[in-house]
Design a binder for this molecule. Structure first.
Ligand SMILES: Cc1ncc(C[n+]2csc(CCOP(=O)(O)OP(=O)(O)O)c2C)c(N)n1
Ligand SMILES: [Mg+2]
Length: 574
């Protein structure tokens, strides 16, 4: 059957099960948009900046596990996608970006709105394509979805010249993909698994460090089985949060620059690290040469390029986390580490890391804590980047799988709101809270318009400190309190929301926190709360840049404590 290039794309997206496409139209991509009404099953979401199309596709992908799709026109539309694509690349999020390109006869002529987007995105995509022949279009889309989702997921870009959208060709959708040069290793090597089992059985002080790979491969049950059978404490990376219930008695929170002091101590004292689906990012390891000095390391990852990249590894196991853990669990015998677990509990008691001071000023930690209590931990939390992101990671107790969506690798301010839109569209039954900074929010707040146009019931909590707070904290600690370019003026966010017909509240005092959150939840649609917090509040614990995890700085002890770390956990689990 003959179809235009535009129809071939829509038909192929339909075959891939796509339901939502996020984007902005323009000259080069107009023929594709023109075909959309013929495919009502493809719901197009109009954003207000293409960066947000990519972030929304990314948020959708993380929330659903499916491939997120975004579209943009050539030139500035395509370049606006770049940050969002890089963000998805660094956090292994499967998205497919379709860009319009100038017509083939104009390519290379500096035509109006021509950029070499395949060249620009080469280092930040898993793969990309420029379609020069319509006969390869359907096959390319099939391949793009396969590449985005399989192995280590990531973004794939397809650049389509304007005249290809219009040209006609026979439509055949391939039933499978055969890429001889691309065969991800899915099963761990049996002899490596045996070596790992031996190390686990010999270890006295083992720690599991679980990353986003556990979430991507949905290996929640397998991870739990390993931890419980061998009695191994579990800590997570920032992106691993939600892969293991945080109220579980073997959970010791997040490690790294703003991780729990006791988690960092545990890594520094461990004799065995079982790193699962994590890539030893420098924010997680601290000074690499001093990372886990007494430990042997088992590293399970689907991407062989990650093995030995940052830290020395004793037993590498390349494979899909779920498969590898299943094999490992078959051979792992019950273990006991009573003294080690007691040691960790003592450290947690002696070095509490999520206690909240009792004070007059409105504290961000308390705001997050109350959002947790009122939502009963059942919300999906999506964050911007900065201090608020760390408080959201520390003070909400993530028991539900995959309940935190955050920009880890690229650390992209502005990710929060559009990613929350994508997460809510992908999982409309979830309560989605965007916990954003006043700086981060101002980078993409134009997407309030998208929220209204789509009636997306995202709840927004702005942690407003009047600063680019995380940078201010670095200036306070390491730059002699010289606050250069970090004090931040903000518009009246409640009025901004009102301008979009979104109800909002400003909260300045502790006693207003709970009623405001309750009101936001009771309201059926989107709602914004502007929390005016203590402006110079800092995030602790903190590993100074360049220091080792053993050099974690804890919060200065000054005021009365109202909540201990164990108070973070449901009573039954203390
Ligand atoms: C796009 C982008 N630009 C700059 C930075 C550097 N940066 C990291 S955190 C931060 C401050 C964030 O401010 P805000 O969103 O208000 O969050 P806060 O730290 O105050 O909670 C900045 C500027 C970044 N991460 N991303
Ligand atoms: Mg701020």
């Amino acid at each position: 059957m003959k179809m235009t290039g535009a129809q071939i794309i829509c038909e192929s997206l339909t075959r891939e099960g796509v339901e939502v496409i996020v984007g902005i139209t323009g000259g080069s991509i107009l023929p594709l948009y023109d075909a959309l009404p013929q495919y009502p099953q493809l719901h197009h979401v109009l954003v207000r900046h293409e960066q947000c199309a990519a972030h929304a596709a990314d948020g959708y992908a993380r929330a659903t596990g499916k491939v997120g799709v975004c579209m943009a026109t050539s030139g500035p539309g395509a370049t606006n996608l770049v940050t969002g694509i890089a963000n998805a690349y660094l956090d292994s999020s499967p998205i497919v970006a379709i860009t319009g390109q100038v017509a083939r006869p104009f390519i290379g002529k500096d035509a109006f709105q021509e950029v070499d987007i395949t060249g620009i995105t080469l280092p930040i995509t898993k793969h990309n394509y420029l379609i020069l022949n319509i006969d390869s279009l359907a096959e390319t889309i099939k391949e793009a979805f396969y590449l985005a989702k399989s192995g280590r997921p990531g973004p794939v870009l397809i650049d389509v010249p304007r005249d290809v959208f219009i040209e006609e060709a026979e439509f055949h959708y391939p039933s499978k993909v055969d890429l001889p040069g691309y065969k991800p290793t899915l099963q761990g090597h049996p002899s490596q698994i045996k070596k790992a089992v031996k190390l686990i059985s010999e270890s006295k002080q083992p720690i599991i460090i679980a990353g986003r790979g556990v979430i991507i491969s949905e290996a929640y049950a397998e991870l739990k089985q390993l931890a419980e059978t061998a009695q191994i404490p579990v800590i997570t990376t920032l992106l691993g949060i939600g892969c293991f219930p945080e109220s579980h008695f073997l959970s010791y929170g997040m490690l790294g620059m703003h991780g729990m002091a006791y988690a960092n101590m545990a890594v520094s004292a461990a004799d065995l690290i079982i790193a699962i689906g994590m890539r030893f990012d420098d924010r997680a390891t601290g000074k690499v040469s001093a990372f886990a000095p007494h430990a042997r390391i088992i590293h399970i990852d689907i991407d062989p390029a990650e093995i030995g990249k940052n830290v020395r590894v004793d037993v590498p196991i390349v494979g899909d986390v779920k498969n590898v853990l299943t094999s490992l669990n078959k051979l792992t015998t019950p273990g006991e580490h009573i003294n080690w677990i007691q040691q960790l509990d003592n450290w947690r008691r002696e070095h509490p890391s999520t206690e909240i001071r009792d004070c007059e000023e409105l504290l961000p930690q308390l705001v997050i804590r109350k959002i947790y209590e009122i939502t009963k931990g059942e919300a999906t939390i999506v964050t911007g980047v900065g201090q608020h992101q760390m408080w959201a990671a520390q003070h909400y107790c993530y028991d539900r799988p995959n309940s935190l969506i955050s920009s880890g690798g690229l650390g992209t301010m502005g990710f929060g709101l559009p990613a929350a839109i994508g997460a809510k569209m992908g999982c409309p039954d979830n309560t989605v809270w965007c916990i954003d900074g006043d700086g981060s929010f101002q980078m993409t707040m134009q997407e309030l318009a998208t929220i209204v146009q789509e009636n997306t019931a995202v709840k927004i909590a702005i942690i407003n400190n009047g600063y680019l707070g995380m940078v201010r904290q670095w200036q306070e600690l390491f730059y002699g309190r010289r606050y250069v370019a970090t004090p931040l003026s903000c518009p009246d966010f409640v009025k901004i929301a009102e301008g979009y017909c979104i109800p909002g509240l400003r909260v300045r005092h502790n006693e207003e926190v709970v009623p405001a959150i309750e009101q936001a939840i009771e309201y059926e649609g989107p709602f914004l709360i502007d929390f005016m917090i203590n402006p110079e509040e800092s995030v602790y614990p903190m590993v100074p840049p360049g220091a080792s995890l053993a050099e974690t700085i804890e919060a200065p002890k000054k005021e009365t404590k109202v909540m201990s770390d164990s108070a973070k956990l449901p009573v039954s689990n203390i």
